[in-house]
Design a protein around this ligand. Sequence first.
Ligand code: SF4
Ligand code: SF4
Length: 436
Amino acid sequence: MPGLKDVSTAPFPFHIMTKPRGAICNLDCKYCYFLKKEALFPGSNFRMSDPVLEEYIQQYIRAQPHPEVSFAWQGGEPTLMGLDFFRKAVALQAKYRRPGMRILNSLQTNAITLDEEWCRFFREHQFLIGVSLDGPQELHDHYRVDKGGAPSFQRVMQGIQLLQQHDVSFNILTTVHAANEDHPIRVYEFLRDEVAARYLQFIPIVERENATGYQEGHTVTDRSVTATKYGEFLIAIFDQWVRNDVGRVFVQIFDVALAAWSGNPAGLCVFEETCGRALAIEHEGSVYSCDHYVEPNYHLGNIMDVPLAEIVVGADQRQFGEAKRDALPQYCLDCEVRFVCNGGCPKNRIIQTPAGEAGLNYLCEGYRAFFNHIDEPMQIMAQLLREEKPPALVMSQMPGLERRKNHRYPHTGRNETCPCGSGIKYKKCCGRLRSN
Ligand code: SF4
Ligand code: SF4
């Protein structure tokens, strides 16, 4: 009725990870946080049915207040639904899109099932494909194995080649863990030079030690990256990138940082002040607070019973999102890099601050080191942006910056703590830039 607010539309845009095949996957990656979710749906066939798919697409489009709607297909392995499922999905998107609306699709895959037909489809419908690849063969195959324990690297690389041959846009999602944490440059140069990837994400593996796969317990598995190593990993790649590759290679956490140094929102939930606008939907229509909280305590409702727009604005989800900010320990409130870090993802807030307060992020030490280390180049890039110049001009300023740093810390020993404030060893931090 005219004048009445459409209650099926949310007042803000939000994002949903869609799990059409639930946790079902053709690989058995040893650190995967999602495989255990199979236990949540005993007896299920783990396939999103046509009625659920149609209801979801209709509600999701309708609930978005803005004319750009982004579908993210994930798993498990979403391509195990078969291509016909995605043909139906894009047909339904066309059916329900409002005039002037732009629909985008992204799909996260291990790339093993990809063939010519998939790639033609992705190209035709302009899907953005995220491929999971943990570095060169021996680093990738350490944890990314199939159900029989066989390595997956060769098959993943074939999938990437097909995407490239068909000119499909793709990015690489690399997890950082115990097997590759000591090899940042090898990983980076492999992805840049041998895979020819231009969009990279480096996601830390922080895997809780428990039988449920839920976010509970305070210890992590041996496969998890350590906080220090994660910081050193990012620092090593940043130093390489900022000297050679700005504007040519795009690394998600560097983009997030530049946004923050420019006074803009991070654009990634992990580093936003609050969260709660990145939910997950399972194959049978159940909606959860977040992809990392697909567990009973964070079940918000099922779209076959409750409209999605209502679920998204519900009190439980609001509280979930605001707790990220409200539960920050004093240590974070006083931190010099909180403007970019915001305490990180709540799922990793499992350690205590030096004063004994709970709720500090397991990765704190790494985040703090990394964000302090990149401060000066980030300030330069943010200034370039303000002057409407390309941030890539920072590369020509790096030799001067390195000379100034060497001059500033002339007597620091390689094993001493770096004076820049990162808290890690000089040789792993600003000492990297030292040419002598
Ligand atoms: S819990 Fe973590 S991953 Fe989930 S929405 Fe919040 S910040 Fe993002
Ligand atoms: S770096 Fe550590 S102390 Fe600072 S905001 Fe992040 S988690 Fe908190």
